[in-house]
Design a protein around this ligand. Sequence first.
Ligand SMILES: Nc1ncnc2c1ncn2[C@@H]1O[C@H](COP(=O)(O)OP(=O)(O)OP(=O)(O)O)[C@@H](O)[C@H]1O
Length: 882
Amino acid sequence: MGSGSSSPQPPTRPQAQVLPSQQGQPVQQRRGNFEEVQLQYGQPQAVPAHGYGQPRTQGAYGHPNYNTYGSQGYGNPQQYGKSNGYTHHSEYGAGTSTGYGGQQQRQRDDFDDDLDDWIDQKNSQVPSHQTNTQQSSAVSEDDLILETFHHNDGTQYTVLRQSGHRAYLDWQTQDWVQFPNEWLGQGHFGEQDTLFTEQVQLQTTSDAEEPGTSGTMSSGYGTEETASSTPDDDRDGYFDHPLKGRTVITYMFEEKRNVYCYMDDETGYWINMPLMWELHNEYIRKQVHEIQESIPTWTDEIDILASLRQCNYNTEQTVANYLCLGDPNLGAKRWGGGREGQQQLQEKDRQIHTLQEQLKQKEQEIQSLLQQRVALKAEVQEKVEKVSELNEKVLDLEVENNDMHVKLSASHMQMERMKTMTPSSFSRRRHGDESGFDSQRESSAESMTVVKAPRTPTPEPQPPPGPTVDEETLKALNHTALELDKSYRSLKGVVKDGFLDLQDLTKRAISALGQISEMDSSSGAEVEELRVLYRKEALQRKLLYNQLQELRGNIRVFCRCRRDDRVGGYMQFPNDEDIVVPTGGSKKSFSFDKVFSPASTQEQVFEDTLPIVQSCVDGYNVCILAYGQTGSGKTFTMMGPTDNPGVNIRTIKELLRICNDKETVDYTLKISMVEVYNETLSDLLKEGSIGNATLDIRTMGKKQVITGLTAIEVKTEGDITDTMETGFKNRTTAFTKMNAESSRSHLLLMLTVEGHDKISSTTSFGTLMLVDLAGSERISKTEATGQRLVEAAAINKSLTALGQVFQSLRTNALHVPYRNSKLTHLLQPALGGDAKACLFVMVSPDEKNVSETISTLTFGSNARQVSLGKAERNITKGGKKK
Ligand SMILES: Nc1ncnc2c1ncn2[C@@H]1O[C@H](COP(=O)(O)OP(=O)(O)OP(=O)(O)O)[C@@H](O)[C@H]1O
């Protein structure tokens, strides 16, 4: 793996370079960032080198151990390996050291015997990390030194050196194991971290795995990081090599700069992918399309990809760059980290607000149109029903009409027949043969037939002239028939008119519906246009906000001195960015983004962390850490008492408030609580497994996942306090079980914020980590045994690793050693890259803690320089504000 400029590297694990002279010889530790230490603590005395067991000379800082750097052959440095601009001094049997000539073998034998005894003694003091066998140390406390050994295979060991003996801590068993001599030629020691000596905690980048060697090579080459090359990993893939005519594997490596490479299976080298080829990769295509979606006018894919490469495959940054270059309103010149930037941000907020209002109005219009449409539809439906009802009525009337016609005809015929009847037969019928008459009346049709077709061939005798029917009856019948006919016609007219009316109404309703549909679709287009505009504005706002934050620094460092009315204030706070610590006749001044004096309130402290909370809602990984010695006020600042809560509670409340205020976005907030104790992660919210729910960190694709971690959804402040109470209860129970103290562990409160924007249909994921670190002080001399020693080693390892991470970020090192401890591994997503961090360095106002205070402030100063990149040119110089 390499950067754009680095030469391809073979996919083999780098082997240790063992010099003949190193074989089997004890190697003294290397000097790491010595120049920096000199700046802080003055010039260490370079004294004649000597070997193991030689008395040490008092160091410049007044402590015997401090001089262990200079005392061991410092005068004869021999550089090996690759450094990041630092001079590494190591001594491999150089002439000026005591040398391992004639007496060498005897000395080593003695050393080995002593070491065995010493390790037995140490381990007997560490029966288990669950017991607290506090035995007094039999060894001289002045010699107790913690070192980090970097094996060439990429593994890092915590090594304890005492009177020339070395043992490393097996984190699995938490036993001290004799340090194998043969390892001495297979790696190197990092700068030592003494438990008792005055020394800065930060280590140099050179202590970390070196770029391009063990650390870098381990990524994707078969060490534990190879796990990321699983099918879940969206960075690996395949590519049809156009020249070879076959598929080759590809992998996108992430360092400080991402470089797309493919594996050349003939040479075993990773080769940089040409632009044109890279475009065929699915992952890249997706990114290019994402950018094109944001900026449809940017059509040149090669141009986009080139810009994407420049922006380290960060799509948002690519879009931001384009907008900044392409839009004079966003010209880089106009950008400042101060009020101007804030004003632009406010302007964006206003535009977004206007767009939101317009969208709201449009949506209301659509809503009312929809309601109208529904009402019209109901009306049309009603009319249609009426029409069909009328239709039915018309049909009924027609049937009735037919019946009536038949009846009328029958009546007419009957009348005709009656007219033609003889008086006798009429009289007979009238008086005796009623049934015959009735049957004729009932079956008019039959009668008609009978009338038309004479029943008998014999002609009937003609009736005598003169009236044969009752005149009145005939008139009445005629009248009824006429009335019926009249009412039928008028009814038919009414039905016809109603029918026409309805037809007209239906026509009008249908045309109104058409108009509504037209309006609907044109409003839909308008709304879509507004949505696109909103998306663009929201994206620009996010980018501007991000840039503003970047200009202010992605890692902001605040210092807080705790309040303690029992001690007099020996420190000075000349303004809200500087703190002055008198020490041994001189004064040391440190600058931070903000300094909170003992008089500061929880509200004031929280106010400055507010922007970072907003970032989390916008989908960034953010982190707030509290660093400092035990009792310096870390927990007070992070948690705080119930009636005066600290950053944690206030932050989560603020998160809830922001989430609830944003009507256009649906948020889901989840909390997890993790404890890091002796390099073991525990889930504090897992039910029924207090203290036993250990966790693992896995890399899945580009994401880091803590497998099996409990995440509880919170919706109200009550949910938050309940969840946190559960976590703290579990923590206390677990520590009581282990007979340990909570201040010896790191507590991480992790929040995930998932937001679904209903307008733009985008989803954002942000994480917020609130970290109360374990006390950074060195343990007291009498406690350097058993469990306390393991705890101290674990804290030392993790805080040193944290310092290394800051240091690597500060120097833009290719490799950031996140995996040097569980803590930094866990914090990886929240440190570096796009993430934003806020570090509180906490100090005690008590003068007797001055050495810890200086150490803490130095840690904070070094960490602060990580953030200074762009801002440094404008407002700071050498880490100090002008
Ligand atoms: N700013 C402050 N104002 C008033 N009291 C404070 C302040 N800061 C800390 N304290 C008090 O000082 C004591 C120690 O503080 P705290 O427990 O927060 O220290 P700590 O650094 O978290 O220690 P540990 O590493 O043991 O967790 C507590 O009683 C706390 O209430």
